[in-house]
Design a protein around this ligand. Structure first.
Ligand code: SAH
Length: 363
């Protein structure tokens, strides 16, 4: 059985043609699935009965199973989405005036182990399929449709490192931006990476989706500690890849630099100035995210004064530096707090170490 959510438009059309059907049948099905929210082949009434029967026997339209839902006082919704085999990832919907941003997960856990991120602590359990990624969008969109809304922005800032699940993420991103699926502008679909440098170059070859880079430190010594993949791809290489990517976006688009502010670690005025120097010449806007605590993190959020001083230094240096307001922290839905459900700890730990070697070796 093929899950049709695993295919973007090109893949679906190719599959239909390979099976002796017309390519436009794929497009008809996309409209049923993504525009009308129909997952039952039998209900797709403009398809011949024989085609519907063939699909019923050979294909599925399966999305993750919603295991739980929590609603924040600020309107943020967090779902745990079951992937089978006990794993679950988290998806967060952030409603704001005029937009509905969905924060989507791309891996069960994460191999990168950034020191200040709760997801890293649970280890790594595997890549999500395209169906599991786009299924998060489909499910949230169906919920919004009931209130007359839709998902307007997607950020791949949930669990996992999207650029280490490259092919599945690209297909999902293609669907997010496809008019026959979600039709979201490339300006409103953002892949966020901790800095998998070769994959940034690969991304530039196949997409012009918006890119956010999680920087968190203005120098290699500190970034080596906070974001361990920096030991493999240091700042000079990362920033070269960023410049290359931005050059392909066109004059009016910029890279997003994310910087989680941690008290006494990376939040000094000197570090703000060093960051401003480091980013000189890169067309970017800077998102400052005050650290969101989680159990046993060992880190603290800076005070409001320190955050404002850091932001002001960047503004004074000519950068668009925005403070990201924390949403959904009462339901542990804020940046860096996503954990989902995890399998047995020992198995996870050992697999985590093995996969980390594989991931950094392959990358
Ligand atoms: N692996 C990708 C996608 C995850 S996005 C990446 O690293 O970009 C996760 C974002 O959440 C990162 O930019 C990071 O800045 C932020 N983050 C992680 N842990 C956090 C925490 N505890 N508090 C605030 N932000 C955090």
């Amino acid at each position: 059985m093929r899950n049709l959510f695993d295919y973007d438009r090109a893949g679906l059309e190719a599959g239909f043609q390979a099976a002796g059907h017309k390519a436009f049948r794929a497009r008809q099905i996309m409209k049923w699935v993504y525009h009308r929210g129909v997952r039952d082949f039998a209900a797709m009434t403009d398809l011949a009965k024989s085609l519907r029967a063939w699909l019923g026997e050979t294909a599925t339209l399966a999305v993750p199973e919603v295991r739980s839902r929590r609603d924040s006082v600020d309107g943020t919704i967090k779902w745990a989405m079951g992937l089978g085999q006990g794993d679950a990832v988290e998806t967060v919907l952030i409603p704001e005036a005029g937009r509905n941003t969905l924060c989507v997960s791309s891996q069960a856990g994460c191999a990168l182990d950034c020191r200040f991120c709760a997801t890293g602590k649970q280890g790594f359990n595997g890549n999500l399929t395209t169906a599991e990624i786009i299924g998060q969008v489909w499910l949230a969109n169906e919920v919004l449709k009931e209130q007359g809304g839709s998902v307007s922005n997607v950020v791949l800032m949930g669990m996992g490192e999207p650029l280490l699940n490259f092919d599945a993420v690209i297909r999902a991103v293609n669907l997010m931006m496809d008019d026959l699926a979600f039709g979201i502008s490339k300006r409103r679909v953002t892949i966020s990476t901790a800095g998998v440098v070769p994959a940034i170059y690969d991304l530039a070859e196949v997409s012009d989706v918006s890119l956010a880079v999680s920087l968190h430190a203005p120098d290699d010594a500190l970034r080596d500690e906070l974001v361990p993949i920096n030991r493999k791809y240091p700042l000079s290489e990362l920033l070269a890849a960023c410049r290359h990517y931005v050059a392909g976006l066109g004059e009016r688009r910029a890279l997003t630099v994310e910087y989680t502010l941690i008290k006494g670690v990376n939040d000094s005025l000197a570090q703000a100035k060093a960051l401003a120097r480091l980013l000189r010449g890169l067309r970017c806007k800077i998102n400052l995210i005050p650290f969101n605590p989680f159990p046993a993190s060992g880190f603290e959020r800076p005070g409001a004064g320190a955050v404002r001083a850091f932001q002001t230094a960047l503004l004074d240096a000519g950068y668009a530096a925005m403070l990201r307001t924390t949403r959904g922290d009462d339901i542990d839905a804020a940046c860096g707090q996503l954990t989902g459900a995890v399998s047995d700890r020992t198995r996870r730990q050992s697999r985590y170490l093995a996969r980390l070697q594989v991931a950094t070796h392959d990358a």
